[in-house]
Design a binder for this molecule. Structure first.
Ligand code: VGL
Ligand code: ZN
Length: 217
């Protein structure tokens, strides 16, 4: 694909808690930071998402009696994986990785801030109806293509990409700019879902070699 003015870079949850040493560390998570930094200057529209939970969030195993991490709980909106306490609003773990070039982004979408509803997707919370406002932002800016990168491939990246596609954006996932959690085959099943829905996977080198925008700086 060719990056143009109607192409947005959507950077999902590149936060300390999802990197090595963090509370919900994704294997090799920080390896994507230089790859994403290399992509950012080629895009005019850049969105960062930040997982941002209150300490009493219902997706935390610690907030359920008799539950442990990776158990699945039944929420009013359906099944919900229970996670270690992570990305608590205002904590160091919730900060972006310190090497990420965050200054190049125009907007930060925080998600998962309601105690009773998780939000994997950058577009809709896990009840699948509460909107974050990102669709309106992209539409008002005339965006047609969304390029997704970040953590984790099989949760927040996949949910965001699938929603982008459903909303009618041409949607791309840059594989070497993502890393997965992969619990119970989640990576294989979400990659299959993405392929079925028409999402295109690619490598960062494919984007940079096809004549994208010149770096701004
Ligand atoms: C994520 C689990 C819980 C993610 C966020 O960013 O993929 N996964 N919260
Ligand atoms: Zn979370």
């Amino acid at each position: 694909m060719r990056i143009d003015r109607k192409t947005a870079l959507l950077i999902i949850d590149v936060q300390n808690d999802f990197c090595e040493g963090g509370a919900l560390a994704v294997p090799d998570g920080s390896a994507i930071v230089p790859v994403i930094n290399g992509l950012m200057p080629h895009f005019e529209t850049i969105i960062l998402t930040q997982d941002w939970h209150p300490a009493d969030h219902r997706s935390f195993a610690a907030n359920h009696s008799d539950a442990s991490t990776d158990d699945v709980s039944t929420m009013p909106y359906g099944p919900q994986v229970l996670w270690p306490t992570h990305c608590v609003a205002g904590s160091t773990g919730a900060l972006f990785h310190e090497d990420l070039l965050t200054d190049l982004a125009q907007i930060v979408i925080r998600k998962g801030f309601r105690a009773t509803v998780d939000s994997y997707s950058a577009f809709f919370e896990n009840d699948r109806t509460t909107a974050t406002g990102l669709a309106g932002y992209l539409t008002e800016r005339g965006i047609r293509d969304v390029v997704c990168v970040g953590l984790a491939t099989d949760f927040c990246v996949a949910y965001s990409a699938l929603d982008a596609r459903k909303l009618g954006f041409r949607t791309h996932v840059v594989e070497d700019a993502c890393r997965a959690i992969d619990i119970d085959g989640s990576l294989g099943s979400t990659m299959a879902d993405m392929e079925r829905s028409g999402i295109v996977t690619c490598q960062s080198s494919d984007l940079l070699s096809s004549g994208g925008r010149r770096p701004l700086a």
